[in-house]
Each structure stands twice: as structure tokens, then as C-alpha cells.
Design a protein around this ligand. Structure first.
Ligand SMILES: Cc1cc2nc3c(=O)[nH]c(=O)nc-3n(C[C@H](O)[C@H](O)[C@H](O)COP(=O)(O)O)c2cc1C
Length: 222
């Protein structure tokens, strides 16, 4: 079982990366081979619309042909048994790096073919498990942008083209080490310290379990 875990936050020690690393721990304990990638360490763009992946001669090749730092990473992902992408929420959506990565990954594996049941034909012929991890400042009850619905769009494409896509939402994250140093009256520092102590460990546990589940070691109902 090969699992690729990608952190699409610029902060390499932030909330998203901590959760991603717990997925790695869980997956490794479950016996999987895991590769961890900090996407912000690489220089790449979103889909360049070159359509090389959609040429008839490449129908059987789930590859992105655009040459930049993402090319090799995508090759690894397109051969993996499971792909996990962690992203912070920026203005109600995934980070630009997560968006660029998904455009390239999805289009390389997608086709403009519909089968007799009306479903999209994917170039990926095996079931690939996918998961998205979202971290955000707002507490769940303050989710004013109706995020879980909005974020479901990319998960829908991942499900259609790769396989079932799980979601892990980490709300109410702590953004600053020292809130008093920053311009802010939206977020209460004491509450954030409390949330880091009480809520974040629960999210880390969920991330570990997600990794174990993806490795095949435990089922969703365990
Ligand atoms: C540019 C920017 C925009 C953000 N927009 C939102 C937002 O719309 N909703 C939210 O809940 N948090 C928002 N946040 C907060 C981050 O999503 C949150 O702190 C996240 O856990 C950061 O992850 P990290 O520690 O991995 O960087 C924003 C942060 C930045 C830097």
C-alpha cells in the first residue's frame, strides 16, 4: 500500500502539517509505505491547459506532461493507492497551492468520456482512496460561508476520478503563538489556547486513525 500525504500549507510546522504528519504516523503503523510532501517547497502552477494529457494517444496514460516541480510529484500520486491532501482554509476555500495541485492531478487522470451509465471515465483503473484535511480558524458553529458544502465540490471530483474521498475538518485552530502581538479582536486568545489543548488533540487522533484506515489496518466502524 503506497500512500502520498501532501501538506498544502506554507507553514511547515503549522496545524495542517501536524495533522498530515499524524496521517503519516497512522499509515506507517498500519504497514503502508508513505511519502510526505510539503507542496510549498516546490515551484509549480495550476493546469496550463496544454491538453497533452487529453490527446487520444495518452488515453491510457494518467500523467501530467507539464514540466515543472510538480511533474514528478504527480507521477508518484497517480501511481499511489491513496492520496491525502491537507490544506488551510483561505477565504472560504482551499489554498492556492492545493487548488493548483488538484487541477493538475484531476485533469491528468480525467477524460472527456462518459460511459453507458452516464459516469465519467477515469484513466485510473484501480480504486484509489483519497482524503482531504481542512484546517480553519472559525469554530464549527461560526461556519458562515457554509464551507463543508462549498468544499464538497473538489471532493466530488476526487471521488468520481479516483475513489471515495474522506474529509477531516479541524475547526477553531490556533493561528498565532502570541495573539497579543497581532491586530485582532475577532479571536479570543484564551479560547484559542484552550482549543489547542482540548480540540486539536482530538483532531490529531482523527488524523492518525485516518492514516491507519487508509493503510487498510482498521475499518471506518472500528
Ligand atoms: C490568507 C488567509 C486567509 C484565511 N481565511 C480563513 C477563512 O476564510 N476561514 C477560516 O476559518 N480561517 C481562515 N484563515 C486561517 C487559517 O485557515 C487557519 O489558521 C489554519 O489552521 C492555518 O493552517 P496552518 O497552521 O497549517 O497554516 C486564513 C488564514 C490566512 C493566512
Amino acid at each position: 500500500m503506497n500512500i502520498v500525504v501532501l501538506n498544502a500549507s506554507p507553514r511547515k510546522m503549522g496545524n495542517t502539517s501536524q495533522l498530515c504528519k499524524k496521517v503519516v504516523d497512522g499509515a506507517m503503523d498500519g504497514g503502508a509505505d508513505v511519502e510526505y510532501i510539503d507542496l510549498y517547497s516546490y515551484d509549480f502552477k495550476g493546469c496550463m491547459s496544454c491538453f497533452t494529457c487529453h490527446l487520444k494517444k495518452n488515453l491510457k496514460n494518467p500523467l501530467c506532461y507539464w514540466r515543472d516541480d510538480l511533474k514528478e510529484i504527480l507521477k508518484t500520486c497517480l501511481e499511489a493507492d491513496a492520496i491525502v491532501l491537507g490544506t488551510p482554509i483561505y477565504y472560504g476555500s482551499i489554498s492556492s497551492s492545493a487548488q493548483a495541485f488538484l487541477e493538475r492531478l484531476l485533469f491528468a487522470a480525467d477524460t472527456y468520456l462518459i460511459d453507458e451509465d452516464g459516469n465519467r471515465v477515469s484513466k485510473i483503473k484501480k480504486e484509489v482512496k483519497t482524503a482531504m484535511i481542512y484546517t480553519m480558524n472559525v469554530p464549527k458553529e461560526m461556519d458562515y460561508f457554509n464551507g463543508e458544502d462549498q468544499l464538497a465540490i473538489m471532493r466530488g471530483y476526487l471521488t468520481a476520478i479516483f475513489g471515495e474521498c474522506e474529509a477531516l475538518y479541524a475547526y477553531d485552530t490556533k493561528q498565532f503563538k502570541q495573539y497579543s502581538a497581532y491586530v485582532n479582536n475577532m479571536f479570543d486568545a484564551e479560547h484559542k489556547i484552550e482549543s489547542e489543548k482540548t480540540q486539536f488533540p482530538k483532531d490529531l487522533k482523527k488524523a492518525y486513525e485516518l492514516g491507519k484506515r487508509l493503510s487498510g489496518e482498521i475499518s471506518k466502524t472500528d
